[in-house]
Design a protein. Structure first.
Length: 401
């Protein structure tokens, strides 16, 4: 893998840390800025909304830029809004910085996915994707706990300064390492791809199905991850001091899953998607039944993290393979699908808890979402086979390279 792809992964690590670190900082932000905890919690929702809207929007706006320039603009903007957030004296200013930071993050990840897959051989998109998504999983392992510790020791503003500082070396590394190429290859007429043409290419039924599957699997993942703390405390019976270990264990499992998925998704994706999807569904069901056991909780947090990101990262790679006619905007749709799941899953899980169904209920929601993904994939395959003649029949996912 080119060194530049690992640099992109470093930047994604900083951005993933920013996205999830507020889970440990909300009470302090609420106290200092004189707002309610629920209002401070809206900072997370604002970031998720910015990611969903920002991925396709920023990708389209930067379509005529060389990829290195686009990455630098988004990364510098991300860094600067965190500096502004670190010195913000009002909640409204901090809220605006979260939205702007999400837009920059979404644009960077969308262009970064396109740039990373454009720097490797056509049959290595999965490995390139896994390196970028690995930055998000490492943020769960190290970045988020470190941000919480830093916030507790020096105040929540220190965590914002830390994200800006981590982004700084990535700026120089992108400047030196990422090729200064346009967001397309081929004949001169393709040098400035038109958004309308790429958007038409992204309306293919196969691509839309894979995007839906990616959103469902990611929704299942973050539905449980968001409420993991109250689950392990109130159901598993663990004390609060075990929470960082559980979060780190989930992150370690996620990193293992995205690494394994990256190695298999280019050549044998169905060996990940079919058995992995079935195992993921079974795991959520087992976790629901066994959540009262601390030992089972420790084991299943790791296993489900690994399965979730193995299946999820493989689906994202399949999005990029299906979007070959939209090399610049395919990454933006993949980014949007991830964040739709990250927003919808926790929202539904929160509704079940608010309805009095208990802290196990997000586990059931996760199981139902994975079940919906499996049913959707099965129906899509049946419909495609019914519509195709034997000569034209193709699999719903890319199975060979």
């Amino acid at each position: 893998m080119p060194f530049a792809i690992y640099i992109l992964g470093l930047a994604v690590f900083a951005q993933g840390t920013s996205e999830f670190m507020l889970s440990g900082l909300v009470p302090d932000i609420a106290d200092e800025l004189n707002v309610s905890v629920s209002a401070a919690g809206a900072l997370t929702s604002a970031f998720a909304a910015g990611m969903i809207v920002g991925a396709p929007l920023m990708a389209v706006l930067s379509l005529r830029w060389p990829r290195r320039r686009a990455l630098l603009v988004f990364l510098v903007a991300f860094m600067l809004v965190h500096v502004v957030g670190a010195v913000a004296t009002t909640f409204s200013v901090l809220l605006v910085t979260r939205v702007l930071g999400a837009l920059a993050n979404a644009g960077f990840l969308a262009v970064g996915l396109a740039a990373a897959t454009g720097m490797v051989a056509p049959n290595a998109k999965g490995r390139a994707t896994s390196i970028l998504l690995g930055g998000i999983t490492l943020a769960c392992v190290a970045g988020v706990p470190a941000g919480a510790v830093l916030g507790q020791a020096l105040g929540w503003r220190a965590a914002f300064w830390a994200v800006a500082l981590i982004s700084l070396p990535a700026v120089f590394a992108v400047l030196r390492s990422v090729p200064d190429t346009v967001q397309a290859t081929g004949d001169p007429d393709e040098a400035r791809p038109r958004a309308r043409r790429e958007l038409r290419a992204l309306r293919g039924p196969r691509l839309l199905v894979v995007l839906l599957l990616a959103a469902l699997v990611n929704a299942a993942t973050f539905c449980t991850f968001t409420y993991l703390t109250p689950l392990v405390i109130n159901v598993s019976g663990l004390s609060e001091r075990w929470v960082p270990a559980m979060l780190a264990l989930f992150g370690l499992g996620s990193f293992a899953g995205v690494t394994i998925g990256g190695r298999l998704s280019d050549t044998r994706p169905m060996r990940v998607l079919i058995p992995g999807g079935i195992a993921l569904l079974a795991g959520w069901g087992i976790f629901t039944a066994a959540a009262g056991s601390p030992a089972a909780a420790f084991l299943l947090v790791f296993v489900q993290g690994a399965l979730s990101f193995a299946v999820g990262s493989t689906l994202i790679a399949q999005v990029l393979y299906a979007a070959t006619q939209a090399p610049s905007l395919g990454g933006s749709f993949a980014t949007a699908a991830l964040n739709v799941g990250a927003a919808v899953g926790p929202a539904i899980g929160g509704l079940t808890i608010a309805a009095g169904l208990g802290y196990r209920s997000p586990l059931w929601v996760s199981a139902l979402m994975v079940a919906a993904a499996l049913v959707t994939a099965g129906l899509a395959q049946v419909i495609q086979r019914l519509r195709s003649t034997p000569r034209e029949e193709t699999p719903p996912f890319r199975t060979t390279v």
